[in-house]
Every structure is written in C-alpha cells, then in structure tokens.
Design a protein around this ligand. Structure first.
Ligand SMILES: [Fe+2]
Length: 121
C-alpha cells in the first residue's frame, strides 16, 4: 500500500546501480502482485457489470506489468534470467514426467490487449 502522507517515499538521491535497480524491480513486482490480488478480490466482490469490466481490465493490465518488469530484469541481469529459465525448465520437466502438455498454459484466458509476449519463446 502507498505511504500517502509522505509524497517522496521512493525517491533516490542518486542514480541506482544495476544491482540496486534489480532490487527496486523486485519491489515493483511485489507491488504489481499486490495490486492484482486486490483488484481480483474487488472484481469477485461485486456483481456490478461495469465495475467488473473496469476492475478486471485493470487487474489484467497489472499482470502485463509483471511480465514487463520480469522481462526488464532478464535484460538487465542475464544471470537472473538464467535462474528464471532454470525454474521454467524444472516445471516443464515435471509436466513431462506427469505426461502433461507444457503448452497447456496457452489455453488459459488470452490477454485482452497487447502483452510483452511469451517469456518462453
Ligand atoms: Fe501496474
């Protein structure tokens, strides 16, 4: 949640190193995930059609922001990207072991608008 009484809680007096920027991006992703959680909770807590449309749209935009930030982290730190890929590979191996199709995730609700694209390809 925002610290509204202080209008400058996130300002840094100098430019950040890439290592510091990576830490900041992790914090940013945390904020995006919290926003998704809250918008989704509010989406499910109303039957108002317009409110559901707006909240669902905003929630999904936050998901795209997570993808953008994750992609930026991979660009800034190839070692971090290697860990992301390691995790992805491990899940693919588990799916293969279970005889499940690793492409199933493409069947999940398609994005309503432009996205950062697949993090796999
Ligand atoms: Fe966002």
């Amino acid at each position: 949640m925002g610290a509204f009484p202080n209008p400058f809680p996130g300002n840094v007096e100098r430019k950040m190193s890439n290592a510091e920027l990576m830490q900041a991006l992790r914090h940013d992703i945390s904020g995006e995930l919290e926003a998704i959680f809250l918008y989704d909770a509010h989406y499910h807590a109303t039957d108002d059609v317009v409110a559901k449309e707006v909240l669902g749209d905003i929630r999904d935009e936050e998901k795209a922001h997570v993808g953008e930030l994750m992609t930026l982290m991979q660009y800034l730190d190839p070692k971090e990207a290697a860990f992301f890929m390691e995790g992805e590979t491990e899940v693919h191996e588990m799916l293969e072991k279970l005889g499940m199709d690793k492409k199933k995730k493409t069947e999940i609700a398609p994005a309503a608008g432009p996205t950062v694209g697949s993090l796999v390809e």
